[in-house]
Design a protein around this ligand. Sequence first.
Ligand code: ADP
Length: 541
Amino acid sequence: MLGQMMQQPLLISSLLVHAERHHGRQEIVSRRIEGDIHRYTFRDMAQRSRQTAQALDGLGLQHGDRVATLAWNGHRHLELYFGVSGSGAVLHTVNPRLHEDQIVWIIENAEDDVLVFDLTFVDLVQSIAPRLTSVREFVVMTDRAHMPDVPDWRCYEDLLAQHDGDWTWPAFDELSASSLCYTSGTTGDPKGVLYSHRSTVLHTFGVALPDSLGLSASDVVMPVVPMFHVNAWGMPYGACMVGAKVVFPGADLDGASLHELIENEGVTLCAGVPTVWQGLLQHCAKAGSGLGSLLRAIVGGAACPPQMLRDLEETGVEVIHGWGMTETSPFGTASVLKKHQLDLPDGDRLHIKAKQGRCVFGIDLKITDDEGVELPWDGQISGHLMTRGHWVLDEYFGRNESPLIDGWFPTGDIASIDPDGFMQITDRSKDVIKSGGEWIGSIDLENIAMEHPDVAEAACIGIRHPKWDERPLLVVVPRGGAAPSREELIAWYADKIAKWWTPDDVVFVDSLPLGTTGKVLKQALRDRFAGHFDTAPAAVV
Ligand code: ADP
């Protein structure tokens, strides 16, 4: 017997319809590429998203056709999030920080029909345009006054002005593709992940839950995490679902600019990778200011160092450490405490919060050994982290083989899970340091280094060693003006970890190489310091 309830497809347009009807007066604030602050409401955004859909229709776009964007976080990008996906086309957000050749490869691989881009990327698009064989329309996200003088390019504002917004969102299968994002390629070639309307809407419910980001109509959310990478962790959709005010930082992602927006707009929740938070904290320390109205800091994409967690919590901000991947839409886990953990002493609470966190309904985890046998959740043993769920990838775009193993997606991360379900990443499998047949997790070593008052940033990498296969090398960016010594930093590890885990050597650098999504590029460091232990004597083992 079937249930007798309404069946409404889970479509991205339904989030917008809800936001317009129930939160129409809620504000969306953007720092524009043109230099000013732009303000309008969900009602205005919904109207312009419909105009965008009409404009795309006018350009002859069909269901399933791809529209690529090269754009920062801003209101026009949001209109495309809804206008493109809502009309049945696929929004392909391209990471503009990639190398030109990679951008061309990705756009060609996706066979994008239309490319819409911010003024910032005019030179880039002019340079790659001759190599883009599938793109037939180029649209600049600006108004007539700022339009570059390039024949055949269209002006976004002119396109919208030709339409009245009198448009009804089409209904179609909720399994239809909605958006496409390529992995950032930190550990290999970029691979396309094709989200569906259903997976995106279910992911949005998951993100909004109190034990994940806990979004609400009383929040002012600022996604610093880019809209060009994994849908800004689902925050644009989440804000529509709950009716939260949204603040988009545009292209100015330095600590001072973000701080200004937090103060001026009353931001309560902000999401970014650790390097973004580092910039904000450094700005606050220099300016002698706090984080104003901010209540929650979502730190994810790379491990949140415990010291950063403490620094943020000391300013009165609750940290939610999250883990996810392009392949998981991206929300996987969040470190939100359970009731019996709330009254633990500060040190114990922070220890749990520094873990990558636990799942909400909709996503599941397990860890396995090399043979695929599931390992216990004792918080000690680590193994290959596997995941499955309503918003986890089944197959990569355009590749006909499935990466799944017995219905689970292998994340490439090595992790432990404790009896409360809190997962802790030891490392990416490619970054684990293999010493004498045993594994050393680089994240632990980095976290310890960053507790040292003279260390601003640290990365630990495995370098080939004549006796032990690999040994850990600590790469340190000293805190401004400080000059810690190698011996002092090595001694810093005493009694904190097993002696054989201690880095054999320390090198000092001005900055760490960062990838296009703000994560440390360990491969670049491994290349730079390859051969380091061929000559340097081992200090510890
Ligand atoms: P790429 O794989 O190209 O870097 P993703 O953005 O999909 O692109 O990265 C996902 C990976 O980032 C995860 O598999 C994990 O290794 C790492 N990661 C994400 N969040 C965290 C976190 N909180 N702590 C440690 N690693 C994280």
